[in-house]
Design a protein around this ligand. Structure first.
Ligand code: SF4
Length: 673
């Protein structure tokens, strides 16, 4: 019997594993968590390396697979330089793996071309929080603080499906009529809200401006807080003053009276929170959209006040830690900037290399996956053939590489395209740490032995690095050794893990970063005294509404938005292999208002072609009367012709480089028979 944590989302629910039987520990589990033990005995589990020979993936021994990859990487670097090799990581990797992957890219390969799939899921909120606070931690307070809130505004978040146990923290707000949900769809979360604001996809920045306008116009601005703890309000108000609720109603479809009601609810609460998630962020102006909601929270005086605040609900299991330790294109461990000479010197010192030899920032995820000059790519813990935007183009591009290497647990759609596949350990088969949505570092203990033939990602990196001429000690295989090095590399950084040790975590200490010394108790609540900028103030940032990158027109008259369902996680590589979950939701579909479907000549259950300028998904129609008539919705967990990402728009946010997954123009027709 071992106490551990769920392999999926950022809530990282505690679970007790007995063999492969799961039981909750200290809270609830959703259907994904309850069935997670099935991953450990899946008959579709990879247990031997695969090497492509004559067009077919064939079993190979580890030395052959590692030697093959190392030799081809050497050849690629010799012929085209280190930046011809890319590394693509994942937000589900442990802190240890994320750390060693970034080090492997920059030291063993010498490439600047490293990024990860977290770029697709939280980078816009991270950019907004950094601008406002000078620090990005998803929730800058313990998740349990939410239990005292009278009012919670959830924007573009659907925890009733993505992380159902999270709703226990909103019980008080929900029961007292204080849950306000902003979502273009009437999701199961919106069903529980006292007030559901249903804007057209791509217009919620305008909605935030309308509510801010109402806050100020109706006398709710917290002038004392704004004066004492912030800067820059006047520039924000100059924009918001022009977005009175009636004007916002014309753009968003949300009634002016509802905007004022939301403003009054938030302003009248004793404790209130504004929480955003992917619906806010996955836009070509996602950083500004997240910023607009953050500006609203600041105008209400919420961040840095005990019992109130602004936060972002992280999605992936290690979405927080995954972006702190150096697998991101522009960052070094400790959430340090790769362009900062002092940061480079510190990390290079820990790594025992010359700071001048460290490459500079690389390209962001989508740009990396589709770069014309990339010749080889190593993918760890990610399935971009399904999860990347404009996935058809990404697959075309990956198929032209000289070398594609994938480390995964199962033969994902990306692994099936690879030249070499490494079968690696998964959650309960290995020890490591994860950092959950509140910045708390968690110990995920090994509970079962991995199958014969499987190695950890750390061992893969060690095997490749030593074959590329690196000293063995520079790429440890033991997670505890990697973590101790991570602690030193993060020391003094924003995300300082120096005081976190395996022993402290195993003793049950709840450690939220920063933890600058082994005597330090951690920092569950940030910003109570000061924000992270040198002057201690939070910054309002002026942002204005521009709308989606691809508005509807005569050829593509509808808006498509994408998202998640209760039973599946991310690209579905894991959950599509769990019988109970696939039985509940076996395949993709499109939700459409019945009038919209009938207008296209489609009945409930008909096979439709949902087509954008980039491609089409062939999916059965589901009549959903609560859908807006101008909007269709597709879950993105499914492969093949059902892939929602065949249609999505890779228009990138200029600050975060996050693609616009949440809105693109489409047309709906009957699928050709
Ligand atoms: Fe796992 Fe998230 Fe479900 Fe909890 S809510 S059981 S962490 S998937």
């Amino acid at each position: 019997m071992t106490d551990t944590h769920c392999p999926y989302c950022a809530l990282q629910c505690g679970m007790r594993l007995t063999g492969t039987e799961v039981a909750p520990r200290g809270g609830g589990l959703c259907q994904k968590g309850w069935t997670a033990g099935r991953l450990l005995t899946s008959p579709r589990r990879l247990s031997t390396p695969l090497v492509r020979v004559d067009g077919e993936l064939r079993p190979a021994d580890w030395d052959t697979a590692l030697d093959t990859v190392a030799a081809r990487l050497r050849d690629t670097i010799a012929a085209s330089g280190p930046d011809a090799v890319g590394v693509f990581g994942g937000g589900g990797l442990t802190n240890e793996k994320a750390y060693l992957l970034g080090k492997f890219a920059r030291v063993a390969l010498g490439t600047s071309q490293v990024d990860y799939n977290g770029r697709f899921c939280m980078s816009s909120a991270a950019a907004a929080a950094n601008r406002a606070f000078g620090v990005d931690r998803g929730l800058p307070f313990p998740v349990t603080d939410l239990a005292d809130a009278d009012v919670v505004l959830l924007v573009g978040a659907n925890p009733a499906e993505t992380m159902p146990p999270f709703l226990q923290h909103l019980r008080r707000a929900t029961a007292s009529g204080g849950l306000v949900v902003v979502d273009p769809r009437r999701t199961p979360t919106a069903e529980q809200a006292a007030l559901h604001l249903q804007p057209a996809p791509g217009t919620d920045l305008a909605l935030a401006l309308g509510i801010l306008h109402a806050v100020v116009a109706d006398g709710h601005l917290r002038r004392d807080y704004v004066a004492a703890r912030t800067s820059g309000f006047d520039a924000v108000w100059r924009i918001a003053a022009a977005w009175w609720p009636e004007r916002v109603e014309r753009v968003t479809g949300v009634a002016a009276a509802d905007q004022r009601r939301a403003a009054a609810l938030l302003a009248g609460a004793r404790n209130a929170y504004v929480l955003t998630a992917r619906g806010t962020e996955q836009h070509a102006r996602g950083s500004d959209t997240a910023q607009a909601w953050l500006n609203l929270a600041l105008a209400l005086g919420l961040p840095g006040r005990l019992g109130s605040g602004w936060g972002c609900l992280t999605g992936q299991g290690n979405g927080q830690g995954g972006r702190e330790h150096g697998q991101k294109a522009d960052q070094l461990p400790g959430y340090r900037k790769l362009t900062d000479p002092a940061a480079r010197a510190h990390v290079a010192g820990v790594w025992g290399v010359d700071p001048a030899a460290l490459p500079g920032p690389g390209r962001s995820a989508y740009e990396l996956l589709t770069a014309a000059d990339l010749r080889a790519l190593l993918v760890f813990g990610s399935n971009p053939a399904v999860s990347a935007p404009r996935a058809g183009h990404v697959v075309d591009r990956l198929s032209t590489l000289d070398l594609l290497v994938v480390a995964d647990v199962v033969l994902s759609e990306t692994a099936a395209m690879a030249d070499v596949v490494f079968p690696v350990t998964q959650w309960a088969e290995e020890t490591g740490t994860m950092t959950n949505l509140e910045g708390r570092v968690l110990m995920r203990e090994q509970a079962v032995e991995p199958p014969d033939g499987v190695r950890s990602d750390l061992a893969v990196l060690h095997g490749l690095a030593t074959r590329l001429g690196q000293p063995a000690a520079r790429f440890p295989v033991e997670p505890s050794a990697v973590f101790d090095e991570l602690r030193a590399a993060s020391k003094g950084g924003i995300a300082d893990y120096y005081g976190v040790t395996y022993d402290r975590l195993r003793s049950g200490e709840a450690l939220h970063w920063p933890v600058p010394s082994t005597e330090h108790a951690g920092t569950p609540r940030l910003f109570l005294d000061a924000f992270g900028h040198p002057d201690g103030r939070a910054r309002f940032v002026p942002v204005d509404h521009t709308g989606p990158a691809e508005p509807p027109d005569a050829d593509y008259p509808l808006l498509a938005t994408t998202g998640r369902v209760l039973q599946h996680y991310q690209s579905g590589a894991q959950t599509r292999r769990i019988p109970e979950l696939t039985a509940a939701v076996p395949d993709g579909y499109v939700e459409v208002h019945p009038d919209t479907a009938r207008h296209a000549g489609l009945a409930d259950g008909d096979l439709a072609l949902v087509e954008s300028r980039r491609g089409g998904a062939t999916v059965p129609v589901r009549f959903v009367p609560s859908m807006r008539t101008d909007t269709v919705f597709l879950p993105f967990h499914f492969p093949g012709d059902r892939r929602a990402n065949l249609i999505t728009n890779p228009a990138l946010d200029p600050v975060s480089r996050m693609p616009e997954f949440k809105v693109c123009a489409v047309r709906l027709t009957a699928a050709p028979s």
